[in-house]
Design a protein around this ligand. Sequence first.
Ligand SMILES: Cc1ncc(COP(=O)(O)O)c(C=O)c1O
Length: 387
Amino acid sequence: MELSTDALRTLATEHSTPLFVYDLSYLSGRAQQLVDLQLPYGLTARYAVKANNNPRITALLDEIGLSFDASSSYEVVELLGQGIDPTKVSLSSQQPAHNLPELVASGIKYVATSLHQLELFIAQAPKGSTVGLRVNPGLGAGHNNRTTTGGANSSFGLWNTYIPQALKLASDANIVVDRLHIHIGSGADPKMWGEVMKTSLAIAELMPNVTSLDIGGGFKIHRYGDEHEADMVEIGEVFSKELKLFADRTGRQLHLEIEPGTWLIAHAGVLLAKVVDIVDTGADGHVFLRLNTGMNDIIRPSMYGAQHRIGVLSDSSEREEYVIVGHNCETGDILTPAPGDPEGLEARLLPKAHIDDIVVIYDAGAYCASFAVHGYNSYPSAKEIFV
Ligand SMILES: Cc1ncc(COP(=O)(O)O)c(C=O)c1O
């Protein structure tokens, strides 16, 4: 997000706060990088719609040539309602689809995430249909435990030892499992991807009819501190090497799919808010900046201990340490939790703030507006605008 301090201040005044501002040209550039990636046997880049389901965003990404990953049958309904081609949509949901017959008929790519979901699909789909299978590979990695979606502590996907059972269920019903879907978590260290691909390919080897591997999303971005931004070209090279080795070994050339959410949209958005109060808890306590937003618009810090860069739009050269909190009547409504300790507080050194100053919460394009706690304390949700 390239907007200047003055431009952000003007937007806050014109539209009032709290306000999400998204930079569409930044988003286009990011999406184009994925469209340009070269993989030896083809690549489908999907946008994980849950990261931000604003129709302007999905429409733009559709136009640029991305496909879509939906996490519920309701997200699929939204996408199809916006005129997205069903064949560009893949669904892998934790809850069985509420409208499975319509979805099967529409031509979306369906991914069963459990034996029960596979049985439901088999009961609806014509013989000879193809289906994807989401597998928990037993390996997980994420920014923290709450964003890790692989391994024995995660309920997501069919546990890998049940693969033979799933394949038999499908083949007995004349259904072909042709896609393998794996998503190990969000925000994993970029160095993990070689190992993730090797593990995924070992699983693909057990699934002879699989022609396409969806390795999920989770590509890390730098929001704060020493977090490492994933380099998609480098990761693409790691993937290419492993896919070629797999092809040499098995004769199978797998099409690759990826489905980032965060990597595409997080940097493209900021949340603008206003300081509504400044309170302190005495000499041994903290100075708290309270904003007119909080966990109802941006829940990641409270929920995951996630770190977002935060700036005060002030011309003051004085600096002060502030713990930044939201306006909800919840002690946990903290925007600056201590890194690695979500229950702790960490003060940030910021320009001296005054009531009514504008505050910018950066990298708020993903899992903020779409993850909002609507209605809590009856606060209205932040508006969204595009520049
Ligand atoms: C199945 C699946 N794919 C893709 C994603 C996108 O992850 P991220 O936003 O970290 O790229 C998620 C996020 O949880 C997911 O569950």
